[in-house]
Design a protein around this ligand. Structure first.
Ligand code: G3P
Length: 250
């Protein structure tokens, strides 16, 4: 919408071994040139598979990304991976502040901000995730929560080249539940307005994608909502046919 090029991104989470490279191969085969002309397609495998996925996607329109990063470029941080390292492997995007990272690894909005800066420093596009819990929605606080997450998380001077926003209501992730199109429209419009406060005119260019139980069967309805510029897909991105079915919503 509004000239923004849709992004359909798969987040494999902690799933996949070398045999999963067949999924990349199938997506590559199934992605028609007409579709690849209209949308950006991204797969974010676990770090162990980034290099081999980059190789499997080489010469195709499929971009590969990371699921997380350390904010610093290098140092004594055992087990961590920096944006520079992801970029060195050929990754072009990285997910920042996914709700699972926030919930299980205590990531804060300030931490998300630092990681988004790290992504930009290394030339990666950061996909900054925001989203309310079920309780927060029931309390009528959804908009306040996601706006605050956005205001703190998004670095000053963010551009469409280095930033994508993903709205992922926590209660819709992996549950088969989705907000109504009206609720999604409300959140995305509110995020767009907040982005305008943060980065001015660039806000119109920054993509805001929706994530949470996106399937081939609901993709068309969800992707046609105003201000929804694509999808961040979990479970359905593990099956090439399903992921392609979601891409085909465009
Ligand atoms: O990052 C995508 C994710 O959290 C959504 O997961 O399985 O509900 O599509 P899923």
């Amino acid at each position: 919408s509004a000239g923004r090029r849709p992004l359909v991104a798969g987040n494999w989470k902690m799933n996949g071994t070398r045999s999963s490279l067949a999924v990349v191969e199938s997506v590559r085969q199934g992605l028609t040139p007409e579709l690849a002309e209209r949308i950006d397609v991204l797969i974010c495998p676990p770090s162990t598979l980034i290099a081999s996925c980059v190789a499997a996607a080489y010469g195709s329109p499929i971009a590969i990304g990371g699921q997380n990063l350390h904010a610093k470029p290098n140092g004594a941080f055992t087990g961590s991976i920096s944006a520079e390292m992801l970029s060195d492997l050929g990754a072009r995007y990285v997910i920042v502040g996914h709700s699972e990272r926030r919930a299980y690894h205590h990531e804060t909005d300030d931490g998300v901000h630092a990681k988004a800066l790290g992504a930009r420093r290394a030339g990666l596009c950061g996909i900054i995730c925001v989203g309310e819990t079920k309780e927060e929605r029931e309390q009528g606080r959804a908009l306040d929560i996601v706006r605050a997450q956005l205001a703190i998380g998004v670095p000053k001077g963010a551009t469409a080249a280095d930033t994508v926003i993903a709205y992922e209501p926590v209660w819709a992730i992996g549950t088969g539940l989705t907000p109504t199109p009206k609720d999604i429209a409300e959140v995305h419009a509110s995020l767009r307005e907040m982005l305008d406060k943060l980065v001015g005119a660039e806000a119109e260019k920054i993509r805001i994608v929706y994530g949470g139980s996106v399937k081939p069967g609901n993709a068309r309805e969800l992707m046609s909502v105003e201000n929804v510029d694509g999808a961040l897909v979990g479970g359905a991105s593990l099956v090439a046919e399903d992921f392609l079915g979601i891409c085909a919503a465009y």
